[in-house]
Write a protein that binds this ligand. Structure first.
Ligand SMILES: NC(=O)c1ccc[n+]([C@@H]2O[C@H](COP(=O)([O-])OP(=O)(O)OC[C@H]3O[C@@H](n4cnc5c(N)ncnc54)[C@H](OP(=O)(O)O)[C@@H]3O)[C@@H](O)[C@H]2O)c1
Length: 320
């Protein structure tokens, strides 16, 4: 098969479109002909050799999010057959023509959800879903601050928060991204390059602060986001995009009795069930899989550069 292989850790150039061995379809597994694989910001770190606890070996085929058709079925698989359209979150191997997954980890993809849309969902949208709905417990009538609204996680989060009946404040780094986030339904979009987002949040909330923050940027943005929580506010931290530390005075945080929680999707054990619900929401039109750009798999290096340069508004897809 062809794959975009990282032969060693490094910058975009290490991603080579080349022949790689077909993955073997083991007992209980299915082999999927990948029609679309999504890029997540975490892929850039994996490619560079940052593993977040996972065991990486080189050459490495990265890629968590795949959608495609089942090409073969391992022994002991009863409820999947060749030709089924599925989506899955896999530990690695997505940037390839073929990938394997435990049959139970695959979720059927309805005909009205494209492979590109399916692949856009697992990592980014599930993270938004778990963080906002299950960890923060966002309720109708509450106000939520979603950092980086035009990111893959952000585009899912804005829609889920609006569906939940919340008021959405989000941030973005350009005028074009501001307009884009408004188009997704955000009530207030702050261009943090022009305005101090914390001051703006205080103004919008009449100094009450927000009930929930979905934070993915890290560093000073995390510290300032903790600062704009209101009474009993909940902040879920899902990322440290800037890869920086920051200090903060927790005095106000304590007095407001706020809650800070870290989240990692890769340790969740109920992903197929949540993914199935999410796919259903996309199928019935209540959530849109927002795709910015599709690259051929042979241009994986260029696609990584596009994401690294923060040009994406929503998801970037690779098509084998
Ligand atoms: N915990 C988990 O399980 C989990 C799962 C999924 C994602 N994540 C994390 O969530 C974050 C978002 O992921 P994603 O795939 O949605 O990202 P993405 O689509 O690449 O978007 C990230 C956005 O963050 C903003 N940003 C702010 N400061 C930045 C900086 N210094 N460098 C680069 N971007 C910066 C940029 O938007 P502006 O131009 O508007 O600033 C950028 O487009 C990442 O940190 C990722 O690792 C974690």
């Amino acid at each position: 098969m062809k794959a975009a292989v990282a032969n060693e850790p490094g910058n975009e150039e290490v991603l080579q479109y080349q022949e790689a061995p077909d993955p073997a379809c083991g007992d209980g597994q299915v082999r999927i002909r990948v029609r679309a694989a999504a890029i997540n910001r975490g892929d850039l770190g994996r490619r560079a050799g940052r593993s977040a606890g996972a065991q990486l070996s080189w050459p490495l085929i990265i890629g968590w999010d795949i959608a495609g058709e089942i090409e073969s079925v391992g022994s002991g698989v009863a409820d999947r057959k060749v030709g089924d359209r599925v989506v899955a979150l896999i530990p690695q191997g997505g940037y390839a023509e073929l990938a394997t997954a435990p049959a139970g980890d695959t979720v059927p993809l309805p005909d009205n959800v494209s492979f590109d849309e399916g692949a856009a969902l697992p990592v980014a949208y599930l993270t938004a879903r778990y963080a906002l709905l299950w960890r923060a417990g966002l309720q109708a009538g509450e106000t939520v601050l979603i950092q980086a609204g035009a990111s893959g996680v952000g585009v899912g989060a804005i829609q889920m928060a609006k569906n939940q009946g919340a008021t959405v404040i989000t941030t973005a780094g350009s005028g074009e991204k501001v307009e884009f986030c408004k188009g997704l339904g955000a009530d207030h979009v702050i261009n943090y390059r022009d305005q101090d987002f914390a001051q703006e949040v205080r103004r919008i909330t009449n100094d009450a602060g927000v009930d929930v923050v979905l934070e993915s940027v890290g560093g000073e943005t995390l510290a300032k986001s903790m600062d704009v929580l209101g009474q009993f506010g909940r902040l879920v931290s899902v990322g440290n995009t800037v890869r920086e530390t920051a200090t903060m005075d927790v005095t106000a945080f304590l007095a407001k009795r706020c809650h800070l929680e870290g989240f990692s999707l890769l340790v969740q054990d109920d992903i197929p069930a949540e993914l199935a619900d999410l796919v259903q929401e996309v199928s019935d039109g209540s959530i849109k899989a927002v795709i910015d750009k599709v690259f051929p798999l042979s241009e994986a290096a260029e696609a990584h550069r596009y994401v690294a340069e923060r040009r994406n508004m929503g998801k970037v897809i690779l098509r084998p």
